[in-house]
Structure formats: C-alpha cells, structure tokens
Ligand binder design. Structure first.
Ligand code: MG
Ligand code: MG
Length: 258
C-alpha cells in the first residue's frame, strides 16, 4: 500500500517543487543555439546549490550530472556534454532536487530557436497530454485513468507513447510507488488516494514508440531516431481537483518556453 503524505510533508515538497520550477526557468533562459548542454548543467547546479538544495540526480546510481539533458531523438537520461545546441533542436531538461529531506522532480522540453512544425506540434501535444493526465489525479480514480488520458490524447495526433519508462511516486525517495505509466485502461491499476504525491511524465515520440538503450547504459533513444518530447510535473492527489506542486509558469512568464 502507498501511504499518503502528511500536510507537513506536502508543505516541504511544495517549497522544493517551486525551487525545481525556478531552476528549469533559469536553464530555459540559457537555452540558445551555440550553447553546450554542459553549460546548461552548470547553470542548474549553481542555482540549486545557491538555494540550499542538493542536485539529487548527481551520483544517483552513478548518474554523472545534475540534469538529464536529452536532445532530439534522446528520450530521457541524456548526459550533459560538449554537444553544441543548434537552431531547430529540441532539448528535454529533467531536474531533481533534494531539499529538507524531500525530493522534487520536473522536466520541460525547450525548442532551440525556431523549430519545424512537427517538432512544435510534438511539444504542444506532449505538454497538453501531461495536463490531461494531471486532471485524472483525483482521489478515487486509478493509475490507469492517468495513463489512458495521456495516451489517448497523444495518439490522437499520430504520436506514440514510450512504454519502457514511466512516472512514479515521490517523497523521501525520488522514485516511490506507484509507477505511473503513460498508457493504460480507465479504472485499472492502484487506487489514487488524497495526499499521494506522484510525478506524471509523458515521453512522447514523433514516430514509432520503440526505444533502445545507448551503450553508456543510460541514454534512451528512439528506435527510428525521430524526435521525442518529455514534460514532468509533481502532483498531489486530492479530492475533486488535483494540486500541482511544480509549475511551468516561471518558464513561460520568462518567455523561454512556448
Ligand atoms: Mg524527472
Ligand atoms: Mg521523474
């Protein structure tokens, strides 16, 4: 059984989620053609530490950086590197922080300069599919309701849902139960209970849903090398209307999102 969080725990997670959200906005301001993904990682790590938190991805099962940075056909878990971003790329930035004993985790996929129409549509649909999933994070629903909402929306545009990776519960551990797949059937899976904290994170491919793991054991690529997008927010299951702890407002009010 998954234990719901107390309101005291949720209050700490709310603070942390704001920090993660602001970190993503700082990174977004730095996204531009000519910038390396290592530079984006440096921006995030500095901001997180300056605000008294710890970048939780760094060292997690040996992960080498503060951010997962996944460009174009990389779905998730990309390593920051000396790759230079170029006009037309899309770059997924996934950020985790540890603050006062609790974890925060969110992701946004940024367009680099002008992107083509398919890439723009992929970003819009993936972000909207996240919000469709969040709307189902209501006490009494089941995990399958979330996945079904994400999947049916994304597939209605001809895009595909990655099955090998999923969202998760979050709290003292970055990854807690239950798993939160981005596909599913309504009314199936574990029941959602008021106070459960979960990360919903659709990974949506422009082409086929197949993926493969790179030789470094981390980076997940699309099998057809077409683009993939990824958005993630941390949510509290509530009665009636879910409470979204992290937010893309800082990104979008800075004019660096889309
Ligand atoms: Mg994440
Ligand atoms: Mg996550």
């Amino acid at each position: 059984m998954v234990k719901p969080k107390t309101e005291e725990e949720i209050a700490l997670m709310r603070e942390n989620a704001i920090l993660v959200s602001k970190t993503l906005a700082e990174v977004g301001k730095a996204v531009a053609p000519g910038v390396t993904t290592l530079e984006l990682n440096r921006v995030a790590e500095t901001y997180i530490r300056d605000n008294g938190a710890i970048p939780s991805f760094l060292g997690y099962e040996g992960f080498p950086a503060a951010l997962c940075i996944s460009v174009n056909d990389v779905v998730v878990h990309g390593f920051p590197s000396d790759y230079v971003l170029k006009e037309g790329d899309i770059v997924s930035v996934d950020c985790g922080t540890l603050y006062k004993g609790y974890n925060g985790d969110s992701a946004y996929t940024f367009p680099v300069g002008e992107v083509d129409e398919e890439a723009r549509k992929l970003l819009e649909v993936t972000k909207e599919s996240l919000y469709r999933g969040i709307a189902k994070a209501v006490d009494g629903n089941r995990i399958g309701d979330i996945g079904h909402a994400v999947q049916s929306y994304a597939e209605s545009f001809g895009f595909s849902v990655v099955r090998e990776l999923e969202g998760h519960g979050i709290g003292r551990e970055m990854h807690e139960n239950p798993g939160v797949p981005n596909y599913g059937r309504p009314g199936r899976g574990p029941k959602l209970i008021d106070g459960m904290t979960i990360c919903i994170e659709p990974m949506i491919n422009a082409g086929t849903r197949g993926v493969y793991l790179a030789r470094n054991g981390w980076e997940v690529h699309t099998a057809d090398h077409r683009k993939s997008a990824h958005f993630e927010l941390t949510v509290v299951v509530r009665k009636g209307v879910p409470e979204v702890l992290s937010t893309f407002d800082y990104i979008e009010k800075s004019g660096v999102g889309f």
